[in-house]
Design a protein around this ligand. Sequence first.
Ligand code: FUL
Length: 424
Amino acid sequence: MAVFSTLTVTSCTEKTYGPLPTDDQLAWADMEYYMFCHFGPNTFSGLQWGLGNENPDIFNPTELDCGQWVRTAKEAGMKGIILTAKHHDGFCLWPSKYSTHTVAQSAWRDGKGDVVKELRDACDKYDFPMGVYISPWDRNHPAYGTEEYNRIFAGTIEEVHKNYGPFFEQWFDGANGGADIPDYDWPLFHKAVYDNSPHAVIFSDVGPGCRWIGNESGYAGETNWCRLDVEGFAPGKQAPSQEILNTGQSDGAEWIPGEVDVPIRADWFYTTTNESTLKSLDELMEIWFSSVGRGSNLILNVTPDQRGLIPYADSVRLMEFKAARDAYFAKPLASCTGKSRKAVLKVKEPSKCIVLQEEIKYGQKIKAFTVEALVGDNWQQVASGTTVGHKRMLQFSSPVNASKIRVTVTDAFAKPMLKSVTVY
Ligand code: FUL
């Protein structure tokens, strides 16, 4: 029996709705999947949040090869790589003039090593986009918590972006160990980024380029708006609730899409004992459908080990994950582009999944849609959803044996635009 919801969209003709993504945010959404690399003194101490008083000499990778990281990320189907240039312990993976707790103070390569440069060179060699994580929280810097630190931190950002940029993304972590967050000068920090990496998308709890998805388990909300209200909010303790970050806000004033950050092991940094926590292929596939499949980007953390190499087991798992996605999406059964509120596709074989994309350059408009299958002479609803955004993947609960599949947008803020619909 046919199931129809009331169509509330037929009279809407406006081409755009609400805040729109910038060209950089659109290009960023197309990247979908990239690598996070947490690397530093924690890799050697076994701590996840270094205290900042670690002897710099503990940082001593024996076989560092950033080319191996980049080749692994590329082979894994990732579209970029983001390095923790400075984590909360304050240790700088480049010889910063703003700190005395850096690779230059370590015995590694007699203080002449520079991980950020090495990754930059590898990214250039393999033509691979690079981004950086620079932690505002700094457990080492003597000026942390003073007004002076704002200028020091802005200088640090500028130094990294000027010498090793431009970057596709700047990651600002909201963590600060529960203590009161000092009065950070965010406009000054953002200026230091944009002056040197004009196309960078800035990540934080509140953007402005993209937002934290509210958890580190790998899932965006099933309803996931790219809009968020940030007036009066800030990264960290003053962030919007994790529930709001998970779903965005249908009426939010700014275009700030979600990014799902999740580690491939239980921890962000390598430890000698956490290999057993490597996520299974099934878990990674589930994360794929709950992140990219819900209109978010996925930044999957991989932990270079004490040699400075991505461990074998992690690398194998990444390749298995790539192969599983390739196999799953190997055979589109039918597809169409540029539809408004209804798309009908003829199919000849049983299908397992449908992938929708909304034309988000005009804003995010779709609020609800149904997927129906023509089985014999009957239309049966096989799936339904709320938001679409950059991409929405829906797996059918069992294979659908139908001659046609149709998607109907049943509710939208303005005239909807389905960029593509593909059945697998
Ligand atoms: C968190 C940090 O505290 C973790 O150490 C890690 O860097 C993760 C990506 O973000 O907030």
